[in-house]
Design a protein. Sequence first.
Length: 108
Amino acid sequence: MKITKIIKDYIIKLLIGKNVVPIEVLELHDYFRYHEGINFEYKKKKDLIVAISKDFKHGTIITSGKNFKELEDKIRDAILTAFDVPSVYQDKVKLNPVGKFKKEYALA
């Protein structure tokens, strides 16, 4: 992530206050309230694991990682990016893998 984006996100957080969340966080919450979680299909491509969303209502989310831990972090980041959620709010958004095979992401 670019340092300029991180700085911009922190400035926004300072300006609107610590207890206020941006509209994008509310939109993310509403998405998961009205829809199921976002399911991902995993494919192995050379030395990467590629995750492709199967049922995201606003298009497709694609990301990759070298291992499942890195892939999990990148999937979270990709979902937040799809909703334009500033990176400084990622701790407030409890986005976690759920289900038997942990291939579905939803708010906890």
